[in-house]
Design a protein around this ligand. Structure first.
Ligand SMILES: [Zn+2]
Length: 437
C-alpha cells in the first residue's frame, strides 16, 4: 500500500510528447465553452494542427461523450468525420503542414462528476487532441454563477448577469485540466510572497495538515527559484481533486488527490509538494518529450535528484539518508528481479518499468554528485534550466551537459554502464548510510 502510494507520488507528472524532438510551436488551441443549466458544456474549439505526412485523414482523440459534433475548415466549409469510441477521424482531401479546424460539440459534464466536482483531464479525452504537446492554449469557460472554473494559468474572470467567464492562457499545455466546482466548494487560502502568488483550494477540513502542505510547497518553491532559476510564472494554484489517486503538476497548476492530503503526516508523503514543485521547473519550464521512454529519466530521475539536494540543503543529511534508504528498499523489495528491472537504455515505455526512474536512477545521480565537483553540478542544474527553458530536454542533452561538467572519465563511463545495465552496483549502495541502531 505504502509503496503503491509512493509510486503514485512518483508517477505524478505525466507529460505527452511530440513526434520530433524539436519543440513545435505551431499547435494552437482556442477553446471556448459555456455551461448551460442542464450541465451541458457547449464547446467551440479552433485547432491549428500540424501534420508532417501528406494524409487524407487526421486522427484526434475525443471520447464519445461528445455529442452533436460539427467540423468546419477555415473557410467555414463543413468537413466529414468518423467518430468511434474515443477517436475522431477527420476526413480531408489532403493535409500537409498547418491545418485549421473548428470543432463544435457538446459534453454532458455529469460524465466527469466526482463528488460535487466536474474533473476533466486529458485522459478523459474531453478536448480533441493529437498525441503531441499543445502550445498556446486559450480557454474561455463561461459558467452559471453558482460554479467556478479552475485550470492552468488563470488570467482573469469577467462576470455578466448570472454568468462568469474564466480565462486561461498557457504556452505549454499538455494535460488540459479543467475543474468545475460549486462556487462554495473549496476553501481558498492565498499568499503573496516576493511578488509570487500562491492559491490553495482545499476541501479537506484538516487545517493543520493543509497549512503544513502550504508551508512545504512554498519552501520548495523558493528553493527552486534560487537553485534552479527564476520562475517567470507569478501565480501557482494547488487544488484538491476528489477521488483521484495521484498528484500531477501542470504549468502553474498542481492537482492533488485527497489521499495525499489525508496521509500527509506519514514520512513518505512529506515531500510530494517539493517533487511537484520541482516539476514546475523540470517538466513545465523545461519540457520533456516523453514519447521516447528514456526521457522519463530527464523528467522524473532528474526531478528526484534535485529533490534529494533540496532535502539535504533544507532539512539535513539525515533526512536525505532516510530517503536514500527508502528508495533502495523500494528497488530491492519491489523492482529487483521483476520485469520492471531493466536498464534505462533498454527501457521501452509500455507502462511496466516506470519504477526504475524513481528508485535507483536518482540514487545514481546522487552518487555522481558526491563524487564530482558538487559546485559544478549545482551550476549545471542552473545552466540546464536557462538553456532549455521552453525547449525539449532529453537524456542525450543531459548526457552531453553532464560530460562537460564531470571531467573524470571513469565516472562518466560508470554513468554509461549504469544506463546500459540494470540494478545498483555495490559502490553506489555503499554510499547510503545504514540506519543507526
Ligand atoms: Zn513526477
Amino acid at each position: 500500500m505504502i509503496r503503491r502510494l509512493a509510486y503514485l507520488v512518483a508517477i505524478s507528472l505525466i507529460l505527452f510528447s511530440g513526434c520530433s524532438l524539436k519543440r513545435n510551436s505551431n499547435l494552437l488551441y482556442n477553446f471556448k465553452a459555456s455551461l448551460d443549466s442542464l450541465k451541458i458544456l457547449h464547446v467551440s474549439a479552433i485547432l491549428e494542427l500540424k501534420c508532417n505526412k501528406d494524409s487524407s485523414c487526421m486522427k484526434l482523440n475525443l471520447k464519445n461523450y461528445a455529442n452533436n459534433i460539427k467540423i468546419f475548415d477555415k473557410n467555414n466549409v463543413s468537413i466529414n468525420y468518423i467518430h468511434t469510441s474515443d477517436t475522431l477521424i477527420v476526413l480531408l482531401k489532403s493535409i500537409k503542414g498547418i491545418t485549421q479546424l473548428k470543432i463544435d460539440y457538446e459534453l454532458p459534464v455529469d460524465s466527469f462528476k466526482v463528488d460535487s466536482v466536474f474533473y476533466l483531464a486529458r485522459s478523459a479525452k474531453w478536448i480533441p487532441f493529437v498525441y503531441d504537446n499543445i502550445y498556446d492554449l486559450s480557454m474561455d469557460i463561461t459558467l452559471p454563477k453558482k460554479y467556478a472554473a479552475y485550470s492552468s494559468c488563470f488570467i482573469d474572470s469577467v462576470s455578466d448577469n448570472n454568468k462568469t467567464t474564466y480565462k486561461f492562457h498557457n504556452v505549454n499545455n499538455t494535460s488540459f485540466p479543467l475543474i468545475i466546482a460549486p462556487s462554495n466548494f473549496y476553501t481558498q487560502t492565498s499568499k503573496t510572497i516576493s511578488g509570487y502568488k500562491f492559491d490553495y483550494f482545499f476541501y479537506s477540513k484538516d487545517s493543520v495538515c493543509n497549512r503544513m502542505i502550504i508551508d512545504e510547497s512554498i519552501r520548495a518553491f523558493f528553493y527552486c527559484n534560487s537553485k534552479i532559476g527564476k520562475e517567470e510564472i507569478k501565480q501557482k494554484t494547488f487544488i484538491e481533486c476528489p477521488e483521484i489517486q495521484y498528484v500531477q503538476s501542470h504549468r502553474g497548476f498542481i492537482t492533488i488527490g485527497t489521499d495525499f492530503i489525508k496521509n500527509y503526516r506519514l514520512p513518505e508523503y512529506k515531500f510530494w509538494p517539493s517533487h511537484e514543485m520541482i516539476h514546475q521547473w523540470i517538466g513545465s519550464g523545461i519540457e520533456i518529450p516523453l514519447k521516447n521512454g528514456d526521457n522519463d529519466f530527464t523528467c522524473e530521475s532528474f526531478t528526484e535528484f534535485i529533490r534529494f539536494l533540496y532535502m539535504k540543503d533544507m532539512f539535513g543529511s539525515d533526512s536525505l539518508d532516510y530517503q536514500l534508504r527508502y528508495n533502495l528498499a523500494l528497488y530491492d523489495q519491489f523492482v529487483k528481479g521483476t520485469k520492471s528491472d531493466v536498464a534505462i537504455n533498454k527501457y521501452v515505455n509500455n507502462g511496466d518499468a516506470v519504477d526504475l526512474f524513481y528508485n535507483n536512477a536518482p540514487i545514481f545521480l546522487y552518487y555522481l554528485f558526491v563524487n564530482s565537483d558538487e559546485k559544478k553540478i549545482r551550476n549545471m542544474i542552473k545552466s540546464i534550466y536557462s538553456s532549455y527553458y521552453n525547449k525539449y530536454f532529453t537524456l542525450s542533452d543531459f548526457h552531453k551537459i553532464l560530460s562537460e561538467n564531470v571531467k573524470d572519465k571513469k565516472l562518466m563511463s560508470k554513468f554509461d554502464y549504469f544506463l546500459d545495465n540494470k540494478g545498483i552496483s555495490k559502490d553506489v549502495r555503499d554510499l547510503i548510510p545504514q540506519k543507526k541502531k
